[in-house]
Design a protein around this ligand. Sequence first.
Ligand SMILES: [Zn+2]
Length: 369
Amino acid sequence: MKLNDFVRWLEARAPLELQESWDNCGLLVGDRDAEVTGVLCCLDADEGVIREAMERGCNVVLSHHPLVFKGLKRLTGANAVERSVALAVKQGIALYAGHTNWDQIHGGVSFSLGTRLGLQNMKVLVPRTDSLLNYVVYVPLAQAAEVADAAFAAGAGRVGSYDECHFATAGTGTFRPLDGAQPALGAVGFRSDVAEQRLEFVVPAGVQSAVHQAVCAVHPYEVVAHSWIPLRNSWPDAGYGAVGVLPKPVSLGDFLASCAEELGCEAIKYATADLAKTVQRIAVCGGSGADFVGAAAASKADVYVTGDLKYHGFQDPPGGVVLVDVGHGESEWPFVRDWAEAIRSEFLTFAVLISESDNRPVRTYHHHG
Ligand SMILES: [Zn+2]
C-alpha cells in the first residue's frame, strides 16, 4: 500500500474541500510513493509521537490537529514545530492531519463523541449551507442513462439517505462544428439538431471534478455542454456537531458521571442546573464548540456537550440548554480511536496503532486542602 493510496482513501471519506480556509489538513510531510509500514493515530503530533512511531514500526503519523498551521519559513529547530518536522523528514515519517474536514462529516469527530455517550438517531447539528452544487449536463438521448450512471458512481445525486437522485428533461440541442472540430454527430460547417436530455444532479463541492471527469469519460461529445450552479441549500450530511437522543431519560447527574467515565475526564464543568433534572436529547460538538451553543438550543437539546466554553458563556444559556464542558481533547479522543478502528478494518497489510504518548497540553490540578 502506497502512502498516496492511503491518502486517497482518507480524502474520499473526508474531502479536503470541507476544511476551513484557515486550516491545514492533508499530507504535511511525506513521500506519496512510500510504502506504508504502519499508522500511528493521535490527537496531536509532536517529537515524542514521531519517536513513538519510529519505535513501534509506523512510518505514518495521523493526527487530528495539524502540526503545521502557518507557513514554515525556516527549518532550524528553533521551536517544537520546526524540530518535529525536521525529525519526521529525517526519519522518513509521514505526517497527515485530518482536522476540520473530519469535524464536518457525518460519522466524524462529533459523531464519535455522541456514539461514545450512547446517543442514537444522530444528525448533523449545524448543516453546511455552502457546499452543494447543481450540475447540469446535456446528453444525447441514447447515452443519457450511461452518463447518469457515471455521475452517480462518482458521488453525484446523493442526499441524506437517498442516492441516484437526478432530474431529466427532454429537449433539442443544437451546434455547428467549426474547422478543427471532430464532432461525434453531424458534420463540420453544418448545424445539427439533436434530441438530448438535460440531466441535473446535486453534487457536493468535494466531488465536483471527479463527477465531471466521470461524465466526460462516457459522454460521446468532444465538448460536453454543462454548468455548475452554486446552491444555498443546507446539506444534512456535513457540518459541525451532532444531536441525538439517549435510549432513555436519565438524570443530569448520571449523564455527567457517564461522560466522565466514557471520556476519561478528571473534571467536568457544567452550567448551573439541578443535577436531578431529567435529560435525554443531547447535542455534542468535539473540540471548541462555543460557537454552536445557539444551534444546540435551537435543536431543543436538553444538554450541549463540547470543549472550550468560556465563563460568560455559561451564564444564561439560550433555551435553558445545560452547557457541559468535558475538555477539548477529551471530547476528541473517541474520534481518534474510531479513526484507528475504521482504518484497521479496511487495511490488513499494515498495523494501525493508537499513540500512548501522554502529550495532553492541559492538566487538572487536584487540590486537597
Ligand atoms: Zn481540536
